[in-house]
Design a protein around this ligand. Structure first.
Ligand code: 5AD
Ligand code: SF4
Length: 450
């Protein structure tokens, strides 16, 4: 990784320019993109949806699996053609692939104007202005976040629900995961600063906040005095106008009973936990270096369900980890049925650079991994369908987010347990909490009636 520091250019643009942004990957990346738009607004760039008209095209990349990385190169290939037709247009590449590849990206893709990493988002305007003025490509990637986290402007894509990063990075070293290499060590934002941000959102009419972190359940352990996620939830719970608090993503080892109690007692905290288990097999968990056993994980789920019986619990599971036997895979399948997950993000293991497991023996053939994935998805769908059918005939409070993507004549909202509900209603309901009766349910969504 290179870390060339380029001096700030104080020059502010007067003429309005346009930026198109494409975001791959997790919520953290989506949130980062909103901050990129905020930063670029300061130098006169306004977001547009038509890439062909854009003065600046930004690709915010994801490195979690090889397929996501491949997509970066195929997109940029297409973007070069657009750039060639529009003299003066620029391409910037940020996010996890940029952090990992740094100047190698420029060697491979010399037509890219700016490469910036995940730790120097705040430098984007300067880099863009500098590249524009010099007509030379620039790469700037920091190894770590700045000691004092800069407060970065933001232009949010929703005016109902907002993402708020509370902790960056991850201190675990799971043997398959590239995240610690591209997102660095855990670093929490101060609780006062977070609460102030959420108060600002409340004043601006937002109803929901999602507290974000690669490992949000580690929040506050690095602060003086130490804090935990539950404390933060309790403080945000006092802000009346915020009706819903969510948090993503947790690590089973770090979720404390105090955090679960906070979700139980704070009215606005939603009964929804996303806790990746990654495998239902002890030998695999040990080789993944997850730091817990299946029994430990089950006890965490018990603690949640004892306190909050209706809580929805979702998870992440990887299939086809190197050396995973048929029986070990079946242990994951059985666990999904036993624990009755509301949803599981499943993925076929993908070897990643810097990670120990990528060069272990026993890599499974792609066809085997995808067969396991297909089977697991069918089990996940069956379990989700059974759970969702239990909602039928009951009333649910939903926060109306907008129109349904597939049926724009309908509205779409979510229950506190994060289930999607589509229903017929009028646009004045968008942004409001309303009660609906659930009339039908499929594994992914439900239909509601006012
Ligand atoms: N291959 C497949 N899936 C992975 N994940 C992380 N690294 C890999 C990998 N190398 C999955 C994990 C994680 C989610 C965000 O992505 O399940 O929880
Ligand atoms: Fe990756 Fe493990 Fe950290 Fe999650 S906890 S981001 S899987 S290293």
């Amino acid at each position: 990784m290179s870390a060339t520091y380029i001096a700030a250019t104080p020059d502010k643009a007067t003429e309005k320019k346009s930026v198109y942004i494409e975001t791959f990957g997790c919520q953290m990346n989506k949130s980062d993109s909103e901050h990129m738009l905020g930063l670029l607004d300061d130098i006169g760039y306004a977001q547009i949806d038509d890439i062909k008209q854009a003065d600046l095209m930004i690709l915010n990349t994801c490195a979690i699996r090889e397929s996501a990385e491949d997509k970066v190169f195929s997109y940029l290939g297409a973007w070069k053609k657009i750039k060639d037709k529009r003299p003066g247009a620029m391409i910037a590449v940020g996010g996890c692939v940029a952090q990992d590849e740094g100047s190698n990206l420029l060697k491979r893709l010399p037509y890219v104007d700016v490469v910036f990493g995940t730790h120097n988002l705040h430098r984007l305007p300067d880099l863009v202005l500098k590249a524009k003025a010099s007509a030379e490509s620039i790469c700037e990637v920091f190894q770590e976040l700045p000691e004092d986290l800069p407060e970065i402007p933001v232009i949010r894509q929703s005016d109902i629900s907002a993402w708020v990063s509370v902790i960056y990075g991850c201190d675990y070293n799971c043997t398959y995961c590239i995240v610690p290499f591209v997102r660095g060590r855990e670093k929490s934002r101060s609780a006062d600063v977070i609460v102030e941000e959420v108060q600002g959102l409340a004043d601006g009419g937002y109803k929901e906040v999602t507290l974000l972190g690669q490992n949000v359940t580690a929040y506050g352990h690095d602060l003086e005095p130490k804090l935990h996620l539950g404390t933060l939830i309790e403080r945000i719970g006092k802000i009346d106008q915020i009706k819903r608090i969510r948090f993503l993503t947790g690590h089973p080892r770090d979720l404390k009973v105090e955090d679960i109690d906070a979700v139980k007692h704070v009215e606005s905290a939603c009964e929804y936990f996303h806790l990746p288990i990654q495998s239902g097999d002890n030998r695999t968990l040990r080789r993944m270096a997850r730091g817990y056993t299946v029994d430990f994980y089950k006890r965490v789920i018990e603690q949640i369900r004892e306190r909050i019986p209706d809580a929805a619990i979702t998870s992440d599971i990887i299939v086809g980890f190197p050396g995973e036997t048929e029986q070990e895979f079946m242990n994951s399948i059985n666990l999904i049925e036993e624990l009755r997950f509301d949803a599981v993000n499943t993925a076929a293991y993908s070897p990643r650079p810097h990670t120990p497991a990528s060069d272990w023996e026993g890599q499974l053939p792609e066809a085997e991994k995808f067969e396991r994935l297909r089977f697991m998805n069918s089990v996940v769908t069956d379990v989700a369908h059974k759970i969702n059918k239990n909602y039928v005939g009951k009333r649910a409070e939903i926060l109306v987010e907008g129109r349904s993507d597939r049926h724009p004549e309908r509205l779409m909202g979510r229950t506190r347990t994060n289930k999607i509900v589509n229903f017929d209603g009028d646009a004045s309901m968008i942004g409001r909490l309303i009660d609906v009766e659930i009339v039908t349910a499929n594994p992914w969504a439900m239909r509601g009636k006012l």
